[in-house]
Each structure stands twice: as C-alpha cells, then as structure tokens.
Design a protein around this ligand. Structure first.
Ligand SMILES: [Mn+2]
Length: 242
C-alpha cells in the first residue's frame, strides 16, 4: 500500500502539472490502479480552479471493490472506489482530501462482469451505471448523452460541469477487437462503439485528462490492441471522420 501510494502521488503531480500547463494529460498503462493518481491529479487541478469535473469510466468491470469486498485483493479492481473515497485511507486521502470526485458526477459504461459485492457498491455509491444491455438498447449515442445529462444536473444548485476525465479500460472493448488485455470479458464494445463514445466526449470540449489502461502486450495479437489504443487517443483528442 505505501508503494502504491507513492507512485499514485507521482502520477497525480505529473497529471496536475500537465493540466496546469494547458495540455491534455494522457496517462498510459498498464494497471488501472494508475487512475488513483491521475484522477487525484485532475481533482486537485479543478479544486484549485474552483471548478467541477466529472469522470466517465469505461470498463467491463466495476473497479469499485474495497479491500473488504475484493476476492483477489488486486488493487486494479479498486481505483474507482478509491476515487469516490471508499477504501484504504492512505489511497483515498492522497493529496489530503476525499472524495476526489462526487459520485453523482460519475458514469460507469460498458460493465458486464461484476462481483456480487460490487453490484451493491454501485447501487449505494450513487454513480450512474450503464451496462452492455443499456448500450444494446439505447445505442452508444444515447448512453453518452444520458451520462452527460446526469452529470450536468447532478444536484440542484451545483456549479456547472467544466471538465471531464475519461478513464478507458481497454477490456471494455470486445476481446475479438482488443485481445491485448489481462482480464478479457466477452460481449464488449465494438470498434465503432468505442470510437463513437470518445468522439462524442471530445465534442463537449471538456476532456482535459484521460487514461488508456490495461494494455497487455504479452496477450496482444499482431499489436492490434496497442494500435487501437493509439487510434482511440486520437478520437479523445477530437479526431473526426470528416
Ligand atoms: Mn479497469
């Protein structure tokens, strides 16, 4: 835990510095636990600006486990919970404050593989969850619009939403398209759904930080997941077909 805290702090400082310099911070991984640091850094940036931000989390999994609920003990199953202030204090209170983001300002998109305890944690947390079934039924466009609307009108007299952090776990994509991940789960996003989601978020002009994580080159096939990750970053940065 102390080592993870140390690395998270370094990531947080790097992300905040990049944002303060007016650039978009892109954090590449590796393990999704790096979002503990990147979201802490983004949160500290918006806090100093006295502005509100939201988190759009793409994942096959909830990543909302706690040390008590986790069956594996893997910290990469906990970063969302930690950002919401749930979990080990040494990580939730990084930079001296918690939570890093209000649950009502968060959406979790693409979930299909949850632990029993996570289902309860998602319901209790107040985040806005969108399962694969929601995407099937509403389309990715509908899901993103609903997620943004929920974040914007999260509380009655809340300040307007000014920034978005996108945390993108490559395992949200179907393993047929993105095999280079460690915890694959069938029935995920198509190639176009993945790009469409990020194009719509880029259109808001509010994305100032993002994570692209869980790339596992040892499981990739002909580098296709790594190359897809690069293409996805371009969509986050606003690349459009026309
Ligand atoms: Mn994840």
């Amino acid at each position: 835990m102390p080592e993870i805290g140390q690395v998270s702090l370094a990531v947080a400082q790097a992300v905040e510095e990049a944002m303060a310099a007016g650039t978009i911070a892109i954090t590449l991984g590796g393990d999704h636990s790096l979002a503990i640091g990147s979201i802490a850094g983004a949160a500290n940036y918006y806090r100093k600006q006295k502005e509100e931000f939201g988190v759009v989390w793409f994942d096959a999994h909830g990543d909302i486990n706690t040390p008590q609920s986790s069956q594996s003990g893997n910290v990469h199953g906990m970063p969302f919970a930690i950002s919401l202030g749930i979990g080990d204090e040494r990580l939730t209170h990084l930079l001296g404050f918690a939570p890093k983001v209000q649950a009502s300002r968060c959406a979790l998109i693409g979930i299909r593989d949850l632990d029993q305890e996570e289902i309860r944690l998602i319901a209790d947390s107040g985040i806005n969850p969108f399962t694969m079934r929601d995407i099937d039924e509403k389309g990715m466009g509908g899901v993103i619009r609903e997620a943004l609307a929920g974040m914007r009108h999260s509380t009655k007299d809340a300040k307007p939403l000014r920034g978005l952090h996108v945390s993108f776990d490559l395992d949200v994509i179907d393993p047929d398209v993105a095999p280079g991940v460690s915890t694959e789960s069938r029935g995920g996003l198509s190639y176009r759904e993945s790009h469409h989601a990020l194009e719509l978020l880029a259109d808001t002009g509010m994305v100032a930080s993002c994570d692209i994580v869980e790339l596992n080159p040892a499981r990739d096939l002909r580098n296709q997941t790594a190359e897809l990750a690069v293409d996805l970053v371009q969509s986050i940065l606003g690349k459009n077909i026309l």
